[in-house]
Write a protein that binds this ligand. Structure first.
Ligand SMILES: Cc1cc2nc3c(=O)[nH]c(=O)nc-3n(C[C@H](O)[C@H](O)[C@H](O)COP(=O)(O)O)c2cc1C
Length: 314
């Protein structure tokens, strides 16, 4: 097995998955702007992946430049995890991540995502199925805290005993929304537990990191092996750069937006509507005085050609 996780220098930076946002086009654009050490796909449902439509799942798409890239899967049927793991290994991904952390009410109601926290026997079966399905790939888990600290402790200890390559932990439980700050202090205890158990599993902290420097400070202070950023990239697409840069000029922002919409159209064509692209306008056009007015103008575009024209005249 080639385990890319073991080859990375610490602290390891990860682009945390965001459904509907961190697709192959966004990730490829980040390769030019400032990339993390590891990319993740958006979460992919195993029931869908093993169906006849599975291989056409747009989330399976990636380009070579994005490597190392980890495919994240979710569900609760071990056999579907097994078959999905085979598909992912054959598709050339560098790793598989199991989502045991999604706090979406529907996902939890169906016993998936964070709904699996504490279901030790089913989770053990899922992990075993993935190991058999993709023996060549390192396996990681993305999870979050349980509803009480005793269960969090048992849950993390259980995961540490599964011989995983990495655990990405979001420092909140499934009832806490983003207004509650992520609890990074807890990660220090988890790292101690990992060390006591003599486990080799990497611990990646996640929650409220806004820049590489911020991640570096948090990883250093709380002794994690790395950090994962999700929403921070939406505030600042340069957030993975190791050195702070001067605020990019408006023209540079517009050039990047243009490259993004062009690649989006080239890769997705009619598979994704232009309306779903509009969320990226704000990613580039913010943090300068005229940003809101410019955004409003650009938002008037009805398709990619109109947006490109508007960019060119601004
Ligand atoms: C729009 C959105 C979509 C998300 N989709 C996923 C997902 O597909 N898989 C996953 O594990 N986490 C998902 N998350 C959670 C993030 O990866 C991350 O754990 C969480 O936002 C905390 O990190 P942050 O404070 O850096 O945003 C999503 C979060 C957001 C805001």
């Amino acid at each position: 097995m080639t385990n890319f996780w073991q080859k990375l220098s610490k602290p390891i930076s990860v682009l945390s998955p965001m459904e509907g946002v961190t697709d192959t086009v966004f990730r490829e654009r980040l390769c030019e702007i400032g990339r993390p050490d590891v990319f993740y796909t958006e979460f992919i449902n195993v029931d869908g992946l093993v169906s006849i439509y599975g291989l056409s799942d747009l989330r399976l798409k990636f380009s070579k430049a994005e490597k190392p890239i980890v495919a994240q899967i979710w569900g609760n049927v071990p056999d579907h995890f097994f078959k999905s793991a085979q598909i992912i290994q054959n598709s050339g991904f560098n790793g598989i991540d199991l989502n045991f952390g999604c706090a979406d009410k529907e996902v939890i109601k169906h016993g998936c995502g964070a709904g699996l926290i504490g279901d030790f026997s089913l989770v053990a079966k899922i992990i075993q199925s993935v190991k058999i399905g993709a023996p060549k790939l390192p396996i990681s888990v993305k999870t979050r805290f349980a509803m009480n600290s005793n269960l969090t402790n048992d849950w993390i200890q259980f995961l540490l005993e599964q011989n995983l390559s990495a655990i990405v932990i979001h420092g909140r439980n499934s009832k806490q929304n983003y207004l509650t700050p992520a609890n990074w202090q807890e990660f220090e205890k988890i790292v101690k537990l990992r060390n006591n158990l003599k486990s080799k599993t990497l611990i990646i902290g996640n929650g409220d990191v806004i820049s590489y420097q911020d991640g570096l400070n948090k990883a250093d202070k709380y002794k994690t092996d790395g950090f994962a950023i999700a929403r921070g990239i939406l505030q600042n697409p340069w957030c993975f750069l190791k050195t702070k840069i001067k605020d990019p000029r408006i023209t540079q922002r517009l050039i990047l937006l243009k490259k993004h919409v062009e690649l989006y159209h080239q890769v997705w064509g009619d598979l994704k509507s232009f309306a779903t692209f509009k969320k990226y306008i704000k990613v580039y056009i913010q943090n300068f005085p005229e940003a809101q007015a410019l955004r409003m103008k650009l938002m008037e575009a009805n398709n990619h050609q109109e947006l490109i024209k508007l960019i060119e005249i601004n």
